[in-house]
Design a protein around this ligand. Structure first.
Ligand code: HEC
Length: 158
């Protein structure tokens, strides 16, 4: 659990410093990209504190090609869109946006984190990046375990 406590809590601590670092840009237009998958993380899950809610993954055309070929070229972008989960009656609906996570492929620039740049925007606000130069600790700590799958957890389905 310890290494997970970044998304929202640690995120705030780094907000100021991150905003001064020219980093990964906000993924403009990602809602028009390819939907990869959706998942809900419920209370009681080990990652609930950081990732609780509904998340949708989106891939731009370069990333779609990467999922299919197993080789991600520079410019591939994958988005992790985390929303509150609202249970009402026997339904599950999306609530407000908690955070927007982004992975951007640039093999040379981000060589120290597997060729992927990481950023997250609090509440999906382009003006509130919260990772900055802390990607190695805040994000890559987990993704590093997925080296044999291009540092990704997900795969594309039809
Ligand atoms: C506690 C481990 C953990 C940490 C820390 C973590 N991730 Fe992930 N990440 C995951 C898991 C697990 C998935 C797969 C979710 C799914 O399959 O729906 C994932 C998926 C993703 C994806 C979709 C691509 C993929 O790998 O499937 C993006 C983008 C992403 N994370 C960005 C980030 C960013 C940005 C950070 C840092 C702010 C971060 N992650 C930190 C575990 C983590």
């Amino acid at each position: 659990m310890g290494k997970v406590a970044f998304w929202l809590l640690g995120a705030l601590a780094f907000a100021v410093q991150a905003s001064e670092t020219p980093g990964i840009g906000y993924p403009e237009g990602y809602r028009d990209w390819r939907h990869v998958k959706t998942m809900e993380i419920k209370p009681g899950h080990a990652l609930y504190e950081s990732f609780g809610g509904i998340h949708h993954l989106y891939a731009n055309p370069e990333a779609v090609e990467g999922y299919r070929s197993g080789r991600f070229r520079d410019g591939a972008v994958i988005v992790f869109d985390l929303l509150e989960a609202r249970h009402e009656g026997n339904t599950l609906a999306e609530g407000g946006r908690k955070v927007l996570g982004v992975m951007v492929r640039d093999a040379r620039k981000h060589a120290s984190t597997g060729g992927w740049g990481f950023e997250a925007f609090a509440a999906g606000d382009p003006k509130r990046p919260v990772v900055g130069e802390d990607a190695a600790k805040a994000c890559f700590g987990c993704h590093a375990a997925r080296q044999s799958d291009n540092y990704l957890f997900s795969s594309l389905r039809d």
